[in-house]
Design a protein around this ligand. Sequence first.
Ligand code: SAM
Length: 332
Amino acid sequence: MHTALLQDNFGRAIRDLRISITDRCNFRCFYCMPTEAMEWQPKTEILSYEEILKLSEIFVALGITKLRVTGGEPMLRRDLESLIARLAQIEGIEDLAMTTNAHFLGGRAQALKDAGLQRVTISLDSLQPDRFALMTGRNELPQVLAGIDAAIAAGLDPVKVNSVMMRGINDDQAVDFATFAREKSVRVRFIEFMPLDNGKVWRREMVVPGEELRQRIHAVYPLTPVKSENLSETARRFAFADGAPGEIGFINPVSQPFCGHCSRIRLTADGMIRTCLFSTVEHNIKRLLRAGATRDELMDFIIATVEKKEDRHHINDPEFVQPLRTMSCIGG
Ligand code: SAM
């Protein structure tokens, strides 16, 4: 049993590490990629699997129990199954998850499950082919839907489907997504659009408050709250009052910030620790690692970095400054 060693200066235990394993993506979601023509980091700057494993083991020794592999698109990284298998073997990990666009999941969900992946979160912003293509820059909705089916069939559990709702772009599909949750028996979660796009398209008017979506869905499919045992859970969860399978969740970082219970830190693909999605500073652990730092030195660096975790994000304050790196680089 691990005790929480990682704690920030506001008394929050840090249990949850999100590891971006690549900055590359096969989709071009207009709200996620940087404005300029995409320039990938050179391969030499990206942490190797050995480096990711070494750091992960140290993070887990410091009390991290939950690992999420993300990107960019994590499934673009070669032989992902071998990384998952080795992460799964780290003693102390209780929860091993991945966030993916599901494009490549069709043929590989079972192998990932067999390697030790427990659950998956799939991003899907539209159930309509034309709108899907508009939002992702790729006309590949059928592959994503096949990926969701494969995840369910492989027994990855739960399968969560995350949808970023934007006013006037896809928010008319909220009830369709609820129908999808019922039919597929998956957890659909609506995420408020966050100012993490390097100032490209985010406008406050485009944010659809989760509560507004909840009311719209409730009018068609009455919802009842699901109590979560996990205080740091980001989503407000609801079941269908008629007992239908599936679940709906609302992640409302803009209208109802949940920083007070945040238990997360991030490791970017190029080896920077980020203590908040909205951090404007990053902490270069790769430099230390590649300079041959000892395990103790790496631990000290992580502990000192976590102590600098911000108390909250400042999205709703006039002085808010958007981070320079977009979600595709930070790792969602
Ligand atoms: N490629 C994988 C995927 O599509 O799930 C993982 C990385 S992607 C950056 C992770 C999540 O971040 C996606 O669900 C995406 O919709 C979300 N995201 C990106 N930019 C966002 C923003 N500005 N606001 C809210 N969510 C965002």
